[in-house]
Design a protein around this ligand. Sequence first.
Ligand SMILES: *Cc1c(COP(=O)(O)O)cnc(C)c1O
Length: 396
Amino acid sequence: MTDSTSSSRARQTRIVHADPHLEPGFESFVTPVMRASTVVFPDLATVRAGDWRDDSQWRYGLHATPTSAALAQRIAAIEGGKQALLQPSGLSAISNVYFGIVKTGDDVLIPDNVYSPNREHGEWLAHDFGISVRYYDPLVGGGIADLIRPNTRLIWIESPGSVTMEVPDVRAIVAAARERHVVTAIDNTYSAGLAFRPLELGVDISVQAMTKYQSGGSDVLMGATITIDHELHLKLKRARMRMGIGVSVDDCSLVLRSLPSMKARFEAHDRTALGLARWLKARPEIAAVLHPALPDCPGHAEFMRDFTGAGGLFSVIFDERYSHAQIDAFVEALELFAIGWSWGGAYSLAMPYDVVSMRTASRWPHRGILVRFYTGLEDEADLRADIERAMKSALG
Ligand SMILES: *Cc1c(COP(=O)(O)O)cnc(C)c1O
């Protein structure tokens, strides 16, 4: 039976309309989780004065709350950007760049070693949306100028390619693009924005898969587009609004928790990866080590010029005498390296790739099989022993 006395009705309304504001005088290090779908306005004049271009206005929970805005500001600041738009995944940030910049009839240039789902996105636009998509050799450098057409709108850069590790000459590509007024967007996930600051070299948009080092927990998916230019930011912001994209403030809170330790983690991953890469280079099973800080890696000179560190990701090419079955057995024999894609967390990973099937515009020079390693936060000597044991059991 419903209690409908007037005092009960008043109690119910008071519960609904209880003042949500916390008492002042409480402080902690934590950015509060401010959750909202509905944003409430003080009066109608404020509603009518609303302008989606103004990042300081609160309009709708999907677009921003103080929690997500705090994270966006920090992500932008890490790599010298003025503003960032948070996205539900790294791939969603890539998609936002396409839909914010490119229209039917435009031409897009993509490096041949690009993150595979970016290539897949480009193929979709080419097939269904009347956009021309072409691939270039990641080591093209200033030669990109010869590929730019009058309708070229966007040039993607990835540095280094996250499987094959070539480091492009970003300065040369940007110089050619600027001369022809073509927008450049870089997938800067590898450096987390800590070890490489492409916006300062004139790249227009930096994309981060915050799923990786920014999260650091192997549990949150998030991405960002970071810009200096405000007009460009607004183009991306409008596309993001039109697509109805936003992020969960709970996820923001998890990333905010991880962010202060990111630099220390990145440096630890970097030390372990470089130690393992040097050790692997001397092993008889390995034909080449693709780590940008080592001279074997194409683009090593550009890496030394532009980067201050490398993080935990690198690849090796096994000697061509080993079969696919043997390399698969090696990867499966590893105990501390899990089989998985999404790096950036505390756990080491290994994955074989068939590079030839991933390329269309450049020749892959290696005959042996590529395995990508990600070094987590385990002890380096234990990781080395694990690899040595797996080599012995699978490769003889
Ligand atoms: C992981 C990754 C992405 C995509 O991030 P998601 O959050 O998994 O969508 C994009 N680019 C690179 C280089 C990545 O490693």
